[in-house]
Design a protein around this ligand. Sequence first.
Ligand code: ARG
Length: 476
Amino acid sequence: MGTSGNDSGAASPAGANALWGGRFEGGPAAVMAEINASIPFDKRMWRQDIAGSLAHVAMLSAKGIIDAGAAARIADGLRRIEAEYAAGGVPVDIAREDIHMTVESRLAELIGPDAGRLHTARSRNDQVATDFRLWVRDAIDGHLAAIRALAGVLAARALEHRETVLPGFTHLQVAQPVTLGHHLLAYVEMLKRDFGRFADARARLNQCPLGAAALAGTGFPIDRQQTAAALGFERPTANSLDSVSDRDFAIEYLTSAAQCALHLSRLAEEIILWASQPFGWVRLPDQWSTGSSIMPQKKNPDAAELVRGHSGRILGLMTGLMVTMKGLPLAYSKDMQDDKEPVFEAHDLLELSLAAMAGMMETIGFVPERMRASAASGFSTATDLADWLVREADVPFREAHHITGRAVKAAEEAGVQLDGLSLEALRGIDPRIDGQVFDVLSVEASVSSRTSLGGTAPARVKEAAETALREVPAWS
Ligand code: ARG
């Protein structure tokens, strides 16, 4: 039986679509069939499509809209199709257009004319909106778990390296020493907000469009509360036009994904930089790097580079769907069929990126000696000297800044760091300086002193890392 056959009970002429071909004399052009079909990609929503249909048919039966026997046969057929998909899929046939028509056509093959009752009080427009919300909801749940996992890895490495000192940069110039634990925990904060954005998007999308039908609702006495509850939605959507015409939930998913990918990209960029020989702050684990086909010595940070690269693609996918949607009048337009591929692609890219980042950060080797040597360069404790003058000699900060600038200049000329200047040299710059100043000029003293809330001191970082390790698994 071909897809245009009458096995579903429809009376269409040869070539016309069995599910909607009543007013057609012939079938579509080959290219029309191809441009029209979404089944090659929307088959990814088979689980959601079948779940939606099962909820719908149970409701139709409960409300007496179709009889219980037909409903049982439909549900039984749907479960068989579910098993077929689970066991390797149902053949793709572009004449069946999309996942909705593929499932319904297959149902007709399996159970005969009763299949035609499933689509009562429903349209593909509310069906696809429902399926897609369910799919995005599952996608978000996957990302939430992956973000928790990565944040947990970073928090553990932060606790381990609460005392490791490296230069903190501004303008990529050595600014002040910070602890590696503190640096890693900065990314835990970013991930926490990424988590929150996904969780917010999930809460907002969790309303059920099923029952909006094509665009105007239906005259059948349906129970939208029942289908919404059966599918785990918080409630039915309020407006049928909005239900079938907006894809802001998909866009919100993509903006959340783009923001998360952007954070991963910044971390990836730092790993790439730190792995570069002039830095030499990290050793790439073999499992997370590759070699060169010509240069035998090479070990390249490809995983990090691809995370950085993927973020660009995810940003593009987000922009793409926004542009698709921006000019569409209410309600459904076929342009909206183009909503799925960007979401699927962004999902796959982000899922890989989160997993790669977690694996890489768990095993990456930090090189504390190299980090410390860099941290001690660039007069990184100049602010500590200025602060000492303010605290110990009651010098106004602006003046202390100036005095310290002269000390930096003297050190630069002498080819030493600040703690390499003699006391005489320092007193020559300002006689209020005494020998106690050397207590604050080391990088260790510098970081240990920064105990303000949210500061880089090892004691603070220990608390923050322990808090994160305790709280991350409970992020919700
Ligand atoms: N495959 C379609 C999509 O993904 C389903 C909705 C089709 N609705 C319609 N009236 N043609 O958007």
